[in-house]
Design a protein around this ligand. Structure first.
Ligand code: ADP
Ligand code: ZN
Length: 215
C-alpha cells in the first residue's frame, strides 16, 4: 500500500506513520527527518536546506523530490510506503505523478491551529531516534532522556513561536490545496485529531483499513 499522510505541522503525522508502518510492515519515510539528518551531517543538500528550515519555509521542490526518489530506490519500499511530509505542494504532487511515484490512499489529519501552536511549543525530539515527546502531555520517564533509546531530547530549532507561525501559514497556503487535489482523485480520507492520542490512532488505523478494503 502506498500511503500519504497530510496535515499541518504538529498534527501527529510522525506518530501515526510509525503506527501504520508497524501494522502494514512498510517503511515510514519522513522528509523532515531526512532533511534534519542531512543538516546535522552538513551534507551539500543539508547546507541548501538549512536556511529554509530555519525560516519555517519549504525546501525547494526539486531538492525534496530527489530525497524521496533516492529513498524509494531502497529494497524495503517494494511492498509500499508511508510518506510523512511529502508531497507538501501541488508541484510536488505533480512531480510524483511524472515520476510514477504512486499514491493509493491519502490520510489528512486535521487539528486546529491553536492546538498545534501549543503542541509544537512543548514538543521535544530525541536527537538519536527521532521519537517525539511533549513536556506536559507526553513527558519522558526520565527528564530530557528518550524512553526508547536513552538519547538526548532537544527542542527543534523550528519549534519556536515565530517559526511555528510561519510554518502554519505556509501549510495553509501551500499544502492545504493538496486536499482538493486528492479529493478529486477520490483518495482523500479525513481524520480529526483528538485530544487523546489513542483515539486519533484508532481513527487513523480504521480510516486506512477502510480505504484499503476499497482499493
Ligand atoms: P513539520 O511537519 O512538523 O513541520 P517536518 O519534520 O515534516 O515537520 O518538516 C520540517 C521542515 O522540513 C519543514 O518546515 C520544511 O522546511 C522541510 N520539509 C519537509 N518536507 C518537505 C517537503 N515535502 N517539501 C518542502 N520542504 C519540506
Ligand atoms: Zn530516542
Amino acid at each position: 500500500m502506498k500511503l500519504v499522510l497530510l496535515g499541518p505541522p504538529g498534527a501527529g503525522k510522525g506518530t501515526q506513520a510509525a503506527n501504520l508502518a508497524k501494522k502494514y510492515q512498510i517503511p515510514a519515510i519522513s522528509t523532515g527527518h531526512i532533511i534534519r539528518a542531512a543538516i546535522s551531517a552538513q551534507t551539500p543538500m543539508g547546507k541548501i536546506a538549512e536556511g529554509f528550515i530555519a525560516r519555517g519555509e519549504l525546501v525547494p521542490d526539486d531538492t525534496v523530490l530527489e530525497i524521496v526518489r533516492n529513498r524509494l530506490k531502497e529494497d524495503d519500499c517494494q511492498c509500499g510506503y508511508i510518506l510523512d511530509g511529502f508531497p507538501r505542494t501541488l508541484e510536488q504532487a505533480k512531480m510524483m505523478d511524472e515520476h510514477e511515484i504512486g499514491v493509493d490512499v491519502v490520510v489528512d489529519i486535521e487539528v486546529p491551529d491553536e492546538v498545534l501552536i501549543e503542541r509544537l511549543s512543548g514538543r521535544r525530539e530525541c536527537k538519536k531516534c527521532g521519537a517525539t515527546y511533549h513536556v506536559l502531555h507526553n513527558p519522558p520517564k526520565v527528564s530530557e532522556k528518550c524512553d526508547q533509546c536513552g538519547g538526548e531530547l532537544v527542542r527543534r530549532s523550528d519549534d519556536v513561536p515565530e517559526v511555528i507561525r510561519k510554518r502554519l501559514a505556509v501549510y495553509h497556503s501551500q499544502t492545504e490545496p493538496l486536499k482538493e487535489y486528492y479529493r478529486s482523485q477520490e483518495k482523500l480520507t479525513i481524520v480529526y485529531g483528538q485530544e487523546e492520542l489513542a483515539e486519533t490512532t484508532h481513527a487513523v488505523l480504521s480510516a486506512v483499513a477502510e480505504a484499503e478494503a476499497g482499493l
